[in-house]
Design a binder for this molecule. Structure first.
Ligand SMILES: Cc1nn(C)c(C)c1/N=N/c1ccc(/C=C/C(=O)NO)cc1
Ligand SMILES: [Zn+2]
Length: 368
């Protein structure tokens, strides 16, 4: 098993400012604080991949900037032009929702992330590697054709999927989004496209507000090719394991994609500040096993994971390490936090959690 890995130091230079979710303001008591999406969390994940020795089992894939044409398969010319213009300003700008600030040069960094998603997809589809993990920054899965959102500038996973369809001869693609926030971008971009199955497992109505409801199932020819699993708050490893066994695995088996792309966010983790789930490294290993097996069955193992959210600088590195270990089929380090986060409860499957997953599981029967 050869697993590709991609990281570039400049992903650690994406400037998200201080406190933009809660701007520093003495009058309301907000002190300056790094933005939750500060790149240190992803840099720490990369450094753990290196220090643990896992890097020695991986094949390094070179980053590459996305071309205008590749960005334009998803985003409007006007939006790209605005990002380019604001990225040239000394104080940068904002992706579009007022809470996603970026510094000078952000277009260059975000375009490198989108192009790197393409580079990893090409490496996997060509067979240069069996599967791969691209640790890109900023995240992309909330970005829409005409605006950024939720810290996302360019929709990396959608850009990679469009490229695979347009340039690499890939017919059927499944996008699995296990970031704890709804994968609204891919859902919207591929809503009418049955050649791309989009599955999102996320905390119910966490972000974007009131997005990712279970009855959002695609439109027109794309109807039935979007599955949302809006998990109740407080879901741990047991609930995620059941969702993987009852929905994600069966949906991928029924759809039989030629390529599986994963929007890999670690913010379901039990120590994340931007959600209320309880997932540990065990849960991410289960999710990874599920997509590895699905890709093996129908896609010749072709599987690409792209980094999305995840905001615990303490736990995200271990969740990422566990995921890439499972992808590569090697084990270099146990999760030293598991005795703590695994011992705090919440990991049994609860009836209300099972009931929600069973509602989503019923949709698998409509896939062809
Ligand atoms: C501020 C503010 N004020 N209001 C009303 C709302 C809705 C605000 N944004 N909250 C947010 C914004 C982004 C995220 C997570 C993004 C991510 O990790 N995606 O994967 C979570 C909460
Ligand atoms: Zn997220």
């Amino acid at each position: 098993m050869t697993t590709g890995y991609l990281w570039d130091e400049i992903f650690g230079w994406h400037d998200t400012g201080t406190g933009s979710l809660f701007p520093a303001d003495p009058d309301v008591g907000h002190q300056p604080l790094n933005h939750v999406a500060h790149p240190d969390t992803k840099r720490r994940m990369h450094e753990l991949v290196c220090v643990s020795g896992l890097i020695d089992h991986l094949t390094r894939i070179a980053p590459r900037p996305a071309t205008q044409e590749q960005l334009r398969r998803v985003h409007t010319a006007e939006y790209i032009e605005r990002i380019v213009r604001e990225s040239a300003q000394p104080k940068g700008g904002d992706a579009g929702d007022g809470i996603s600030p970026f510094g000078k040069g952000a277009h260059r960094i975000a375009a490198l992330g989108a192009g790197s998603a393409i580079a990893m997809t090409e490496a996997v589809v060509s067979g240069a590697v069996d599967n791969g993990y691209a640790l890109v920054n900023p995240a992309g899965h909330h970005a829409l054709p005409e605006t950024g959102l939720g810290f996302c500038i360019y929709n990396n996973v959608a850009i990679a999927a469009k490229h695979a369809r347009a340039e690499l001869g890939v017919e059927r693609i499944a996008i699995v989004d296990w970031d704890v926030h709804h994968g609204n971008g891919a859902q919207a971009i591929f809503a009418e496209d049955p050649s791309v199955l989009t599955v999102s497992i996320h905390q119910d109505r966490c972000f974007p507000p009131d997005s990712g409801l279970i009855d959002e199932r695609g439109t027109g020819p794309g109807e039935h090719y979007n599955i949302n699993i809006p998990m109740p708050v407080g879901c741990g490893d047991g609930a995620y394991q059941y969702a993987a066994e009852a929905v994600i695995g069966p949906a991928l088996h029924a759809y039989a994609p030629d390529l599986v792309l994963v929007a890999s966010g670690f913010d379901p983790n039990a120590m994340d500040p931007l959600a209320r789930q309880l997932v540990t490294t065990r849960g991410f290993v289960t999710l990874t096993r599920t997509v590895v097996e699905a890709a093996r069955r129908s896609a010749g193992g072709r599987l690409v994971l792209l980094q999305e959210g995840g905001y615990s600088p303490i736990y995200v590195p271990f969740c990422g390490l566990a995921t890439i270990q499972e992808l590569a089929g090697v084990h270099v380090l146990d999760d030293p936090l598991l005795p703590v986060v695994g011992g705090m409860g919440g990991h049994d499957l609860e009836p209300h959690q099972k009931a929600l997953v069973d509602r989503a599981a019923a949709f698998v029967a409509d896939l062809r």
